[in-house]
Write a protein that binds this ligand. Sequence first.
Ligand code: ZN
Length: 345
Amino acid sequence: MKEKLEGIKKSGLAKIMGAKNVTELEEIRKEITGKKSDLAEVLKSMGSLPNEDKKTIGMLATEIKNKFAEELEAKEEELISSMSVLDEPIDLTIPGKKVNEGALHPIIQMRNDLNEAFLSLGFEVYSEDDISSEKYAFDNLNFAKDHPARESMDTYWLEGTEDKSGTERLCLRPHLTGGSVRYLMKHGAPARFVYPGSVYRNETTDARHERAFYQYEALIVDKDISFSSGIVMIQTILEKVFGKKINTRMREGFFPFTEPGYEIDMECLVCGGKGCKVCNHNGWLEIMPGGVIHPNVLKSAGLDPEEWTGFYINIGLDRLVMMRYGVDDVRLFHSADLRFLKQFK
Ligand SMILES: [Zn+2]
């Protein structure tokens, strides 16, 4: 009887070891531990054994039963963990499904291109919060106390700060220049950096104007900045962005934070200078104000205007994108209309 049980144990364990999958293992479980198994037969026939053998054989049979249970469980775990998650074999010849990939917004693409162009000229890229204050948006920049840009007609002031002043009167930044002064206060001079971001104006929208738009400011502060080096910088950047020489012209412009200030125009690429809706039918488009930084602005930044000079430009990113793609309405870029935006992948 003892030998018979040893035989049952040996063949049972061998079967468990050889199971190739969970279904097969389940069959083996029935075969070696079920009611009709050899082991069950042995247990049934124990009644006819002499009393002294009953105990030994009984213990051995229970030991084998436990061993089977233990081994069956271990094998099951092993089979499950090695199972493939795929029910069917993979057919590598089936063509894949096309991934519907997105793309960067054309304004962001333009910003990245400008960043690259300026980085190659040794500029740093700087950014700041969209919420500014009266001090940084106007006071530091030499805006007269009664300058119309300070009015709520032009600037979005934040509710609850109307009766405050200076750094406590908050607004959505109407331009980036305030942040440039903050940069200079922190890092000192010499400096050359660009400063891209959204700005906000309370104005009526039309084909060339939006309430929120992207600006891109570049600033050089050094001991001997000549006006002509500023012009060369503008032409280099436009050439890098458009991949060809771009005609520009400068007109006198007045900005509180420059002296002298200029309006820099580029020839309209939508109509090739003939005149269209985008360029207001005059062939030129105003793309950036610029000029020599006003001494008072340098003073706000803690710099001595006798020692330092600076050149500043503020590029209208939206307008450059309109020129790049020949788009004649700026509002389309902010419309979130995918039919329009998908064209710029
Ligand atoms: Zn035009």
